[in-house]
Design a binder for this molecule. Structure first.
Ligand SMILES: Nc1nc2c(ncn2[C@@H]2O[C@H](COP(=O)(O)OP(=O)(O)OP(=O)(O)O)[C@@H](O)[C@H]2O)c(=O)[nH]1
Ligand SMILES: [Mg+2]
Length: 293
């Protein structure tokens, strides 16, 4: 009998959840950036192990944090839902930062759940042996199913991590075709790639004020993929920042996004970007619906 199940990937913002999911499934399904709160949706990445007749569906989630806006509250509820539906939880810690109240709150939440938990102590490439040992000892007191040191960027510790997770999965048929890596529609992935390029280039609070929606995506007769997207900001003053002096920033971001989209879709891409102001969209429930949250 085959094995298959959902593994919800949770943790504080910026600990490397999305980088880890990408490394585990062997391709980019979720965007990553040095800014906290990069992920805003649950994103499924599928790892099929034919030789073990096993399929793991990783569910990347937004980092859990104290919500300050309607968007923040929605994101936390999303994570709760993902934990409730999971067969196992992958709880990610950042070895380069001390275990803090945010990690402890999540640990307490997970201890109350019936779902088994595997802890990844991630970013070990950037931490000292002493820091890693301290994490393993301190987190060990939570008494979860297993603890595995990992580096998502160097791709170390992934095999032991997969072994621990496979052991927790129930028997059952695969949820997705074996060659499928993500169930994310192309439109959403394209919007995320554009947002990622901005996250990497913008400073301060502005990244959180951005939302990207792909309005149109269509293959032209000459084979070029036409992608039209709108970048939403919250205030008039932010519009200029997103466009940049003389349109410089939007053209650089546009080029970087286009190049990655061409790589992902294997075709030439024409990217049409526009910027719109939607006052305080992060705080307005109706707008959150329209922007796809
Ligand atoms: N040195 C090092 N950096 C890492 C590792 N994994 C992730 N990072 C970096 O940590 C930052 C955050 O990574 P993400 O994968 O976006 O983190 P996340 O937990 O998904 O963040 P949110 O979506 O905001 O909750 C990025 O700059 C990554 O390159 C790792 O194993 N080692
Ligand atoms: Mg993420």
């Amino acid at each position: 009998m085959s094995r298959s199940g959902f593994v919800s990937v949770v943790g504080r913002p910026n600990v490397g959840k999305s980088t880890l999911v990408n490394a585990l499934v062997g391709g980019k399904v979720a965007i990553t950036s040095p800014r906290p709160q990069t992920t805003r949706n649950t994103i499924r990445g599928v790892l099929t192990l034919p030789e073990r007749d096993t399929q793991i569906v990783f569910v990347d989630t937004p980092g859990l944090h104290k919500p300050r806006t309607a968007l923040g509250a929605r994101l936390n509820r999303l994570v709760e839902g993902s934990i409730a539906e999971a067969d196992a939880v992958l709880f990610v810690l950042d070895a380069t930062q001390k275990i803090g109240p945010g990690d402890r709150r999540i640990a307490e939440r997970l201890r109350r759940a019936a779902t088994p938990v595997v802890v990844a102590v991630n970013k070990v490439d950037a931490a000292s042996k002493a820091e890693i040992a301290e994490h393993l000892a301190e987190a060990g007191e939570w008494d979860f199913a297993a603890y595995v040191p990992t580096s998502a960027v160097r791709r170390t510790g992934l095999e032991p991590l997969v072994d621990e997770l496979v052991a927790l999965l129930p028997e059952g048929p695969f949820y997705f075709p074996p060659d499928m890596r993500s169930d994310q529609p192309d439109q959403l992935l394209a919007a995320e790639i554009i947002r990622e390029k901005y996250l990497v280039r913008l400073r301060d609070e502005l990244p959180h004020s951005l939302a990207v929606v792909v309005d149109e995506m269509e293959e032209r007769p000459n084979g070029t993929l036409y992608v039209a997207a709108t970048i939403y900001v919250e205030r008039d003053s932010q519009k200029g920042m997103v466009i940049g002096k003389g349109g410089r920033l939007i053209s650089v971001v546009g080029r970087e996004a286009r190049e990655e989209l061409e790589f992902i879709f294997g075709t030439s891409v024409y990217l049409d970007l526009r910027v719109k102001v939607e006052k305080d969209w992060q705080r307005r429930e109706a707008l959150l619906d329209r922007l796809g949250f």
